[in-house]
Design a protein around this ligand. Structure first.
Ligand code: ATP
Length: 459
Protein backbone atom coordinates (compact mmCIF):
# COMPACT_ATOMS: atom_id res chain seq x y z
CA UNK A 1 0.00 0.00 0.00
CA UNK A 2 1.31 3.44 -0.84
CA UNK A 3 0.63 5.73 2.10
CA UNK A 4 0.11 9.40 1.54
CA UNK A 5 2.98 11.44 2.90
CA UNK A 6 2.54 13.87 5.77
CA UNK A 7 1.47 16.80 3.62
CA UNK A 8 -1.79 15.11 2.75
CA UNK A 9 -3.89 17.56 0.83
CA UNK A 10 -7.33 18.23 2.17
CA UNK A 11 -6.80 20.32 5.27
CA UNK A 12 -6.69 23.74 3.69
CA UNK A 13 -8.03 23.12 0.22
CA UNK A 14 -11.20 24.24 -1.51
CA UNK A 15 -14.56 23.25 -0.09
CA UNK A 16 -17.02 21.33 -2.23
CA UNK A 17 -19.15 24.51 -2.40
CA UNK A 18 -16.21 26.43 -3.87
CA UNK A 19 -15.73 23.80 -6.59
CA UNK A 20 -19.47 23.58 -7.35
CA UNK A 21 -19.66 27.36 -7.61
CA UNK A 22 -16.62 27.65 -9.91
CA UNK A 23 -17.95 24.80 -12.06
CA UNK A 24 -21.26 26.60 -12.51
CA UNK A 25 -19.87 30.14 -12.87
CA UNK A 26 -17.40 29.22 -15.59
CA UNK A 27 -19.44 26.61 -17.41
CA UNK A 28 -17.96 23.26 -16.39
CA UNK A 29 -21.01 21.71 -14.73
CA UNK A 30 -24.61 22.91 -14.38
CA UNK A 31 -27.35 21.36 -12.24
CA UNK A 32 -29.59 19.47 -14.66
CA UNK A 33 -32.99 21.02 -15.46
CA UNK A 34 -32.13 24.02 -13.34
CA UNK A 35 -35.01 26.09 -14.75
CA UNK A 36 -37.35 23.47 -13.26
CA UNK A 37 -35.60 23.42 -9.91
CA UNK A 38 -33.05 20.76 -10.89
CA UNK A 39 -33.23 16.98 -10.59
CA UNK A 40 -31.51 15.10 -7.79
CA UNK A 41 -28.00 13.89 -8.57
CA UNK A 42 -28.20 14.88 -12.24
CA UNK A 43 -25.82 17.31 -13.87
CA UNK A 44 -25.29 18.78 -17.30
CA UNK A 45 -21.79 19.48 -18.56
CA UNK A 46 -21.16 22.93 -20.02
CA UNK A 47 -18.73 24.05 -22.73
CA UNK A 48 -15.60 23.77 -20.57
CA UNK A 49 -16.78 20.57 -18.91
CA UNK A 50 -17.23 18.74 -22.20
CA UNK A 51 -13.78 19.75 -23.39
CA UNK A 52 -12.28 18.41 -20.21
CA UNK A 53 -14.28 15.17 -20.39
CA UNK A 54 -13.27 14.62 -24.00
CA UNK A 55 -9.65 14.96 -23.01
CA UNK A 56 -10.05 12.53 -20.10
CA UNK A 57 -11.70 9.96 -22.37
CA UNK A 58 -9.14 10.46 -25.13
CA UNK A 59 -6.21 10.13 -22.76
CA UNK A 60 -7.68 6.94 -21.31
CA UNK A 61 -8.40 5.51 -24.78
CA UNK A 62 -4.90 6.37 -25.94
CA UNK A 63 -3.22 4.82 -22.92
CA UNK A 64 -5.48 1.76 -22.72
CA UNK A 65 -6.12 0.98 -26.40
CA UNK A 66 -4.22 2.96 -29.03
CA UNK A 67 -0.78 2.93 -27.45
CA UNK A 68 -0.97 -0.84 -26.86
CA UNK A 69 -1.29 -3.76 -29.19
CA UNK A 70 -2.90 -6.08 -26.63
CA UNK A 71 -6.16 -4.17 -26.02
CA UNK A 72 -9.05 -3.51 -28.41
CA UNK A 73 -12.25 -1.52 -27.97
CA UNK A 74 -15.98 -2.08 -28.27
CA UNK A 75 -19.19 -0.12 -27.72
CA UNK A 76 -22.00 -2.32 -26.46
CA UNK A 77 -25.63 -1.29 -26.02
CA UNK A 78 -26.93 0.27 -22.83
CA UNK A 79 -30.20 -1.67 -22.93
CA UNK A 80 -29.71 -5.35 -23.64
CA UNK A 81 -31.22 -8.76 -22.97
CA UNK A 82 -32.12 -8.92 -19.24
CA UNK A 83 -30.69 -12.44 -19.10
CA UNK A 84 -27.28 -10.74 -19.08
CA UNK A 85 -28.08 -9.24 -15.66
CA UNK A 86 -29.48 -12.50 -14.39
CA UNK A 87 -26.28 -14.34 -15.31
CA UNK A 88 -23.94 -11.60 -14.07
CA UNK A 89 -25.62 -11.66 -10.67
CA UNK A 90 -26.85 -8.06 -10.84
CA UNK A 91 -30.54 -9.01 -10.64
CA UNK A 92 -30.03 -11.10 -7.52
CA UNK A 93 -27.16 -9.42 -5.74
CA UNK A 94 -26.74 -5.82 -6.88
CA UNK A 95 -28.34 -4.51 -3.72
CA UNK A 96 -27.65 -2.00 -1.03
CA UNK A 97 -29.15 -2.67 2.40
CA UNK A 98 -31.47 0.28 3.10
CA UNK A 99 -33.37 1.60 6.11
CA UNK A 100 -35.83 4.47 6.43
CA UNK A 101 -35.62 6.98 9.27
CA UNK A 102 -38.98 6.82 11.07
CA UNK A 103 -38.60 10.45 12.16
CA UNK A 104 -37.74 12.25 8.90
CA UNK A 105 -38.45 9.50 6.33
CA UNK A 106 -34.96 9.79 4.82
CA UNK A 107 -33.91 6.60 3.04
CA UNK A 108 -30.38 5.69 4.04
CA UNK A 109 -27.76 3.05 3.35
CA UNK A 110 -27.65 0.88 6.45
CA UNK A 111 -23.88 0.43 6.18
CA UNK A 112 -23.32 4.20 6.24
CA UNK A 113 -25.17 4.97 9.49
CA UNK A 114 -22.85 5.80 12.34
CA UNK A 115 -23.72 5.53 16.05
CA UNK A 116 -27.25 4.46 15.19
CA UNK A 117 -27.99 8.14 14.39
CA UNK A 118 -29.85 9.55 11.38
CA UNK A 119 -27.42 11.84 9.49
CA UNK A 120 -30.38 13.91 8.25
CA UNK A 121 -32.31 14.70 11.45
CA UNK A 122 -30.19 13.33 14.28
CA UNK A 123 -32.88 10.91 15.56
CA UNK A 124 -31.29 7.99 17.38
CA UNK A 125 -32.29 4.37 16.80
CA UNK A 126 -35.48 5.16 14.90
CA UNK A 127 -35.09 3.06 11.79
CA UNK A 128 -37.15 0.51 9.89
CA UNK A 129 -35.69 -2.97 9.45
CA UNK A 130 -33.12 -3.33 6.66
CA UNK A 131 -34.46 -4.02 3.19
CA UNK A 132 -32.53 -4.84 0.05
CA UNK A 133 -32.81 -2.22 -2.67
CA UNK A 134 -31.77 -3.14 -6.21
CA UNK A 135 -29.65 -0.45 -7.82
CA UNK A 136 -30.56 -1.19 -11.44
CA UNK A 137 -32.82 1.27 -13.26
CA UNK A 138 -35.73 -0.51 -14.85
CA UNK A 139 -37.56 0.32 -18.05
CA UNK A 140 -39.93 -1.36 -20.50
CA UNK A 141 -39.11 -1.98 -24.12
CA UNK A 142 -41.70 -2.28 -26.87
CA UNK A 143 -45.35 -1.24 -26.89
CA UNK A 144 -46.59 -3.24 -23.88
CA UNK A 145 -45.47 -2.35 -20.38
CA UNK A 146 -45.79 -5.72 -18.67
CA UNK A 147 -43.37 -8.14 -17.02
CA UNK A 148 -42.30 -9.61 -20.35
CA UNK A 149 -41.02 -6.24 -21.59
CA UNK A 150 -38.93 -5.33 -18.54
CA UNK A 151 -35.35 -4.33 -19.36
CA UNK A 152 -32.60 -2.52 -17.48
CA UNK A 153 -30.21 0.30 -18.13
CA UNK A 154 -26.76 -1.22 -17.68
CA UNK A 155 -25.25 -0.60 -14.23
CA UNK A 156 -21.71 -1.16 -15.60
CA UNK A 157 -20.14 -1.45 -19.03
CA UNK A 158 -18.13 -4.58 -18.15
CA UNK A 159 -20.74 -7.17 -19.09
CA UNK A 160 -20.60 -5.90 -22.70
CA UNK A 161 -17.03 -7.17 -22.87
CA UNK A 162 -17.84 -10.60 -21.42
CA UNK A 163 -20.82 -11.31 -23.67
CA UNK A 164 -18.76 -10.27 -26.71
CA UNK A 165 -15.63 -12.17 -25.68
CA UNK A 166 -16.06 -14.79 -28.38
CA UNK A 167 -16.94 -12.25 -31.12
CA UNK A 168 -13.95 -10.08 -30.33
CA UNK A 169 -11.47 -12.92 -29.90
CA UNK A 170 -12.37 -14.62 -33.16
CA UNK A 171 -12.55 -11.43 -35.23
CA UNK A 172 -9.30 -9.94 -33.91
CA UNK A 173 -7.46 -13.29 -33.53
CA UNK A 174 -5.93 -11.93 -30.32
CA UNK A 175 -3.94 -14.38 -28.26
CA UNK A 176 -3.90 -14.38 -24.47
CA UNK A 177 -3.24 -12.11 -22.72
CA UNK A 178 -5.42 -9.40 -24.25
CA UNK A 179 -7.98 -6.86 -23.14
CA UNK A 180 -11.29 -5.40 -24.29
CA UNK A 181 -12.03 -1.80 -23.36
CA UNK A 182 -15.15 0.33 -23.43
CA UNK A 183 -16.20 3.86 -22.52
CA UNK A 184 -19.86 4.59 -22.02
CA UNK A 185 -22.73 5.60 -19.79
CA UNK A 186 -23.86 3.45 -16.89
CA UNK A 187 -26.84 3.92 -14.60
CA UNK A 188 -27.45 3.11 -10.96
CA UNK A 189 -30.34 4.11 -8.76
CA UNK A 190 -27.93 5.40 -6.12
CA UNK A 191 -29.42 6.44 -2.81
CA UNK A 192 -26.63 8.51 -1.30
CA UNK A 193 -25.63 11.12 -3.85
CA UNK A 194 -24.39 14.07 -1.85
CA UNK A 195 -20.97 14.88 -3.23
CA UNK A 196 -21.74 16.63 -6.52
CA UNK A 197 -20.52 14.53 -9.48
CA UNK A 198 -18.70 12.01 -7.23
CA UNK A 199 -21.77 9.75 -7.24
CA UNK A 200 -24.59 10.28 -9.71
CA UNK A 201 -27.34 8.07 -11.11
CA UNK A 202 -26.14 8.48 -14.68
CA UNK A 203 -22.38 8.42 -15.10
CA UNK A 204 -19.75 7.52 -17.61
CA UNK A 205 -17.45 4.57 -17.06
CA UNK A 206 -14.14 3.60 -18.61
CA UNK A 207 -13.56 -0.10 -18.08
CA UNK A 208 -11.17 -2.67 -19.44
CA UNK A 209 -11.34 -6.44 -19.04
CA UNK A 210 -7.88 -7.97 -19.36
CA UNK A 211 -8.08 -11.70 -20.11
CA UNK A 212 -5.03 -13.72 -19.10
CA UNK A 213 -3.79 -17.20 -18.16
CA UNK A 214 -4.99 -18.03 -14.62
CA UNK A 215 -1.43 -18.68 -13.43
CA UNK A 216 -0.31 -15.20 -14.53
CA UNK A 217 -3.29 -13.31 -13.18
CA UNK A 218 -1.79 -12.03 -9.91
CA UNK A 219 1.22 -10.70 -11.78
CA UNK A 220 -1.09 -8.89 -14.19
CA UNK A 221 -3.05 -7.49 -11.27
CA UNK A 222 0.14 -5.91 -9.94
CA UNK A 223 1.01 -4.66 -13.42
CA UNK A 224 -2.36 -2.91 -13.82
CA UNK A 225 -2.16 -1.34 -10.38
CA UNK A 226 1.10 0.31 -11.41
CA UNK A 227 -0.03 1.16 -14.91
CA UNK A 228 -3.20 2.84 -13.71
CA UNK A 229 -1.37 4.87 -11.05
CA UNK A 230 1.04 6.03 -13.73
CA UNK A 231 -1.92 7.23 -15.78
CA UNK A 232 -3.12 9.45 -12.94
CA UNK A 233 0.38 10.92 -12.64
CA UNK A 234 0.17 11.64 -16.36
CA UNK A 235 -3.03 13.61 -15.70
CA UNK A 236 -1.02 15.70 -13.25
CA UNK A 237 -2.82 14.61 -10.07
CA UNK A 238 -0.57 15.31 -7.09
CA UNK A 239 0.91 11.92 -6.00
CA UNK A 240 0.28 12.60 -2.31
CA UNK A 241 -3.43 12.80 -3.07
CA UNK A 242 -3.50 9.23 -4.40
CA UNK A 243 -3.06 5.90 -2.69
CA UNK A 244 -3.60 2.25 -3.47
CA UNK A 245 -5.65 0.30 -0.99
CA UNK A 246 -5.83 -3.48 -1.21
CA UNK A 247 -9.19 -4.93 -0.20
CA UNK A 248 -9.22 -7.00 2.94
CA UNK A 249 -10.35 -10.66 2.86
CA UNK A 250 -13.79 -9.62 4.14
CA UNK A 251 -14.24 -7.03 1.39
CA UNK A 252 -13.35 -9.38 -1.45
CA UNK A 253 -16.13 -10.88 -3.56
CA UNK A 254 -16.26 -14.66 -3.26
CA UNK A 255 -14.76 -15.06 -6.75
CA UNK A 256 -12.02 -12.45 -6.39
CA UNK A 257 -8.43 -13.29 -5.53
CA UNK A 258 -7.46 -9.65 -5.10
CA UNK A 259 -8.93 -6.21 -5.57
CA UNK A 260 -7.36 -2.83 -5.03
CA UNK A 261 -8.82 0.64 -5.16
CA UNK A 262 -6.99 3.72 -6.24
CA UNK A 263 -8.23 6.20 -3.69
CA UNK A 264 -8.17 9.97 -3.69
CA UNK A 265 -7.99 12.23 -0.71
CA UNK A 266 -10.99 14.53 -0.93
CA UNK A 267 -11.80 17.12 1.65
CA UNK A 268 -14.20 14.66 3.27
CA UNK A 269 -11.63 11.85 3.40
CA UNK A 270 -10.32 9.04 1.20
CA UNK A 271 -12.70 7.86 -1.52
CA UNK A 272 -12.59 5.34 -4.34
CA UNK A 273 -11.52 6.75 -7.67
CA UNK A 274 -10.92 3.50 -9.52
CA UNK A 275 -11.30 -0.18 -8.75
CA UNK A 276 -8.80 -2.75 -10.04
CA UNK A 277 -10.49 -6.08 -9.53
CA UNK A 278 -9.33 -9.63 -10.09
CA UNK A 279 -12.58 -11.25 -11.26
CA UNK A 280 -11.20 -14.73 -11.80
CA UNK A 281 -13.22 -16.65 -14.39
CA UNK A 282 -16.50 -15.74 -12.72
CA UNK A 283 -18.10 -13.74 -15.54
CA UNK A 284 -17.14 -15.89 -18.50
CA UNK A 285 -18.17 -19.04 -16.65
CA UNK A 286 -21.46 -17.51 -15.50
CA UNK A 287 -22.39 -16.44 -19.05
CA UNK A 288 -21.27 -19.78 -20.48
CA UNK A 289 -23.50 -21.65 -18.04
CA UNK A 290 -26.49 -19.33 -18.52
CA UNK A 291 -26.29 -19.10 -22.31
CA UNK A 292 -25.21 -22.67 -22.99
CA UNK A 293 -22.45 -21.31 -25.25
CA UNK A 294 -18.76 -22.01 -24.87
CA UNK A 295 -16.94 -18.92 -23.72
CA UNK A 296 -13.36 -20.05 -23.61
CA UNK A 297 -10.07 -19.55 -25.38
CA UNK A 298 -8.48 -22.25 -27.48
CA UNK A 299 -4.77 -22.19 -26.85
CA UNK A 300 -3.07 -23.41 -30.03
CA UNK A 301 0.27 -24.01 -28.27
CA UNK A 302 -1.17 -26.08 -25.44
CA UNK A 303 -3.88 -27.54 -27.65
CA UNK A 304 -6.53 -27.00 -24.96
CA UNK A 305 -9.48 -24.78 -24.07
CA UNK A 306 -8.93 -22.37 -21.19
CA UNK A 307 -11.34 -20.06 -19.39
CA UNK A 308 -9.18 -16.97 -18.94
CA UNK A 309 -9.02 -15.02 -15.70
CA UNK A 310 -9.80 -11.33 -15.77
CA UNK A 311 -8.25 -8.18 -14.33
CA UNK A 312 -10.56 -5.18 -14.52
CA UNK A 313 -9.50 -1.54 -14.06
CA UNK A 314 -12.77 0.45 -13.87
CA UNK A 315 -13.26 4.16 -13.32
CA UNK A 316 -15.79 6.96 -13.86
CA UNK A 317 -15.08 10.01 -16.02
CA UNK A 318 -17.13 12.21 -13.70
CA UNK A 319 -15.13 11.20 -10.65
CA UNK A 320 -11.85 11.92 -12.43
CA UNK A 321 -13.13 15.34 -13.40
CA UNK A 322 -14.09 16.17 -9.81
CA UNK A 323 -10.68 14.96 -8.63
CA UNK A 324 -8.90 17.14 -11.17
CA UNK A 325 -10.89 20.24 -10.17
CA UNK A 326 -10.09 19.74 -6.48
CA UNK A 327 -6.47 18.93 -7.15
CA UNK A 328 -5.85 21.89 -9.44
CA UNK A 329 -7.70 24.57 -7.47
CA UNK A 330 -5.62 27.23 -5.75
CA UNK A 331 -6.20 30.72 -4.40
CA UNK A 332 -3.18 33.01 -4.31
CA UNK A 333 -2.27 36.45 -3.10
CA UNK A 334 0.01 38.12 -5.63
CA UNK A 335 2.94 40.42 -4.80
CA UNK A 336 0.80 43.47 -5.47
CA UNK A 337 -1.75 42.22 -2.95
CA UNK A 338 -4.25 41.13 -5.60
CA UNK A 339 -6.04 37.81 -5.19
CA UNK A 340 -6.29 35.28 -7.95
CA UNK A 341 -7.89 31.89 -8.36
CA UNK A 342 -5.99 29.49 -10.56
CA UNK A 343 -6.66 25.97 -11.76
CA UNK A 344 -3.25 24.37 -12.15
CA UNK A 345 -4.45 21.72 -14.58
CA UNK A 346 -1.94 19.80 -16.67
CA UNK A 347 -2.22 21.01 -20.28
CA UNK A 348 -3.66 17.69 -21.49
CA UNK A 349 -6.68 17.92 -19.20
CA UNK A 350 -7.24 21.69 -19.31
CA UNK A 351 -10.33 22.73 -21.32
CA UNK A 352 -8.03 24.85 -23.51
CA UNK A 353 -4.25 24.80 -23.91
CA UNK A 354 -3.89 28.30 -25.28
CA UNK A 355 -5.90 31.53 -25.17
CA UNK A 356 -5.48 34.13 -27.90
CA UNK A 357 -6.10 37.55 -26.41
CA UNK A 358 -5.87 40.80 -28.36
CA UNK A 359 -4.95 43.62 -25.97
CA UNK A 360 -8.21 45.35 -26.80
CA UNK A 361 -10.97 45.38 -29.37
CA UNK A 362 -9.24 48.22 -31.23
CA UNK A 363 -9.79 47.63 -34.94
CA UNK A 364 -6.09 48.13 -35.71
CA UNK A 365 -5.34 44.95 -33.72
CA UNK A 366 -8.12 42.81 -35.13
CA UNK A 367 -6.53 41.61 -38.41
CA UNK A 368 -3.27 40.60 -36.72
CA UNK A 369 -5.12 38.99 -33.83
CA UNK A 370 -7.21 36.99 -36.30
CA UNK A 371 -4.10 35.96 -38.18
CA UNK A 372 -2.52 34.72 -34.94
CA UNK A 373 -5.73 32.88 -34.12
CA UNK A 374 -5.66 31.22 -37.54
CA UNK A 375 -2.18 29.92 -36.73
CA UNK A 376 -3.02 28.77 -33.21
CA UNK A 377 -6.58 27.48 -33.78
CA UNK A 378 -5.85 24.42 -35.95
CA UNK A 379 -2.76 23.39 -33.95
CA UNK A 380 -3.85 23.78 -30.34
CA UNK A 381 -7.02 23.46 -28.31
CA UNK A 382 -7.57 27.20 -27.99
CA UNK A 383 -9.97 30.00 -27.16
CA UNK A 384 -10.19 33.47 -28.69
CA UNK A 385 -11.37 36.18 -26.33
CA UNK A 386 -11.45 39.93 -26.89
CA UNK A 387 -14.13 40.97 -24.40
CA UNK A 388 -13.34 43.02 -21.24
CA UNK A 389 -10.01 44.31 -19.99
CA UNK A 390 -6.88 42.24 -20.53
CA UNK A 391 -6.38 41.88 -16.74
CA UNK A 392 -9.83 40.37 -16.30
CA UNK A 393 -9.28 38.03 -19.23
CA UNK A 394 -6.00 36.78 -17.72
CA UNK A 395 -7.88 36.10 -14.47
CA UNK A 396 -10.59 34.25 -16.35
CA UNK A 397 -8.07 32.06 -18.16
CA UNK A 398 -6.27 31.39 -14.85
CA UNK A 399 -9.55 30.35 -13.31
CA UNK A 400 -10.41 27.90 -16.08
CA UNK A 401 -6.88 26.48 -16.14
CA UNK A 402 -5.56 27.59 -19.55
CA UNK A 403 -1.77 27.12 -19.25
CA UNK A 404 -0.69 29.68 -21.89
CA UNK A 405 -2.07 32.98 -23.17
CA UNK A 406 -0.89 34.68 -26.35
CA UNK A 407 -1.33 38.44 -26.28
CA UNK A 408 -1.47 40.54 -29.41
CA UNK A 409 -0.64 44.19 -28.66
CA UNK A 410 0.12 47.36 -30.61
CA UNK A 411 3.83 46.48 -30.91
CA UNK A 412 2.78 43.32 -32.74
CA UNK A 413 1.72 45.41 -35.72
CA UNK A 414 5.31 46.69 -36.03
CA UNK A 415 7.47 43.79 -34.86
CA UNK A 416 5.26 40.82 -35.83
CA UNK A 417 5.87 39.33 -32.39
CA UNK A 418 3.48 38.35 -29.59
CA UNK A 419 3.70 37.74 -25.85
CA UNK A 420 3.23 34.31 -24.30
CA UNK A 421 2.07 34.49 -20.69
CA UNK A 422 2.48 31.51 -18.41
CA UNK A 423 -0.49 30.72 -16.13
CA UNK A 424 1.55 29.43 -13.21
CA UNK A 425 4.54 31.77 -13.11
CA UNK A 426 2.75 34.68 -14.84
CA UNK A 427 6.04 35.29 -16.65
CA UNK A 428 5.83 36.69 -20.15
CA UNK A 429 8.13 36.10 -23.09
CA UNK A 430 8.09 37.75 -26.49
CA UNK A 431 8.29 35.53 -29.58
CA UNK A 432 8.03 36.24 -33.34
CA UNK A 433 4.71 35.06 -34.78
CA UNK A 434 6.65 32.82 -37.18
CA UNK A 435 8.05 30.91 -34.20
CA UNK A 436 4.84 30.83 -32.16
CA UNK A 437 3.76 27.19 -32.75
CA UNK A 438 7.22 25.90 -31.84
CA UNK A 439 7.44 28.10 -28.76
CA UNK A 440 3.98 27.00 -27.56
CA UNK A 441 4.75 23.33 -28.17
CA UNK A 442 8.01 23.61 -26.29
CA UNK A 443 6.39 25.19 -23.28
CA UNK A 444 3.47 22.71 -23.24
CA UNK A 445 5.99 19.89 -23.38
CA UNK A 446 7.87 21.37 -20.38
CA UNK A 447 4.61 21.48 -18.45
CA UNK A 448 3.93 17.75 -18.88
CA UNK A 449 3.95 16.01 -15.50
CA UNK A 450 6.78 13.47 -15.01
CA UNK A 451 5.61 9.84 -15.18
CA UNK A 452 7.54 7.31 -13.10
CA UNK A 453 8.44 3.90 -14.51
CA UNK A 454 6.89 0.69 -13.15
CA UNK A 455 10.07 0.05 -11.15
CA UNK A 456 9.74 3.37 -9.39
CA UNK A 457 6.21 2.59 -8.17
CA UNK A 458 5.89 0.58 -5.01
CA UNK A 459 2.56 -1.24 -4.77
P1 ATP B 1 -18.75 3.18 -4.90
O1 ATP B 1 -18.43 2.22 -3.77
O2 ATP B 1 -18.03 4.50 -4.81
O3 ATP B 1 -20.22 3.32 -5.17
P2 ATP B 1 -18.35 0.97 -6.63
O4 ATP B 1 -17.34 0.16 -5.91
O5 ATP B 1 -19.76 0.59 -6.60
O6 ATP B 1 -18.19 2.51 -6.22
P3 ATP B 1 -17.57 0.05 -9.21
O7 ATP B 1 -18.76 -0.77 -9.42
O8 ATP B 1 -16.27 -0.60 -8.87
O9 ATP B 1 -17.88 1.17 -8.12
O10 ATP B 1 -17.40 1.04 -10.44
C1 ATP B 1 -16.13 1.40 -10.96
C2 ATP B 1 -15.95 2.90 -10.95
O11 ATP B 1 -17.05 3.56 -11.58
C3 ATP B 1 -15.86 3.54 -9.58
O12 ATP B 1 -14.57 3.43 -9.06
C4 ATP B 1 -16.21 4.98 -9.88
O13 ATP B 1 -15.10 5.70 -10.42
C5 ATP B 1 -17.25 4.83 -10.98
N1 ATP B 1 -18.60 4.90 -10.41
C6 ATP B 1 -19.31 3.88 -9.88
N2 ATP B 1 -20.52 4.30 -9.47
C7 ATP B 1 -20.58 5.63 -9.76
C8 ATP B 1 -21.58 6.63 -9.60
N3 ATP B 1 -22.77 6.34 -9.08
N4 ATP B 1 -21.29 7.89 -10.01
C9 ATP B 1 -20.10 8.19 -10.55
N5 ATP B 1 -19.13 7.28 -10.74
C10 ATP B 1 -19.35 6.02 -10.36
Amino acid sequence: MTEAPGDTPGDNEATLETIVSLAKRRGFVFPSAEIYGGFAASYDYGPLGVEMRRQIRDLWWRAMVRERDDVVGIEASIITNPQVWQASGHLDTFHDPMVDCLNCQARLRADQIENNTCPECGAVGQFTDEREFNLMLKTNVGPVADDSSVAYLRPETAQGMFINFENVQTTTRKRLPFGIAQIGKSFRNEITTKQFIFRTREFEQMEMEFFCYPEDSLEWHTYWKKERLRWYYRLGIHPSRLRLRDHTEEELSHYSKATADIEVHYRWGWGELEGIAHRGDFDLSAHATASGKTLSYFDPDRNEHIVPHVIEPAVGVDRIMLTLLFDAYAEETLENGEQRTVLRLAPEVAPAEVAVLPLSRNEKLAPTARRVNDIVGPRFRSQYDDAQSIGRRYRRQDEIGTPLAVTVDFDTIDDDAVTIRDRDTMEQIRVPIAELPDALNRRLEELRPPIPSHDEIDV
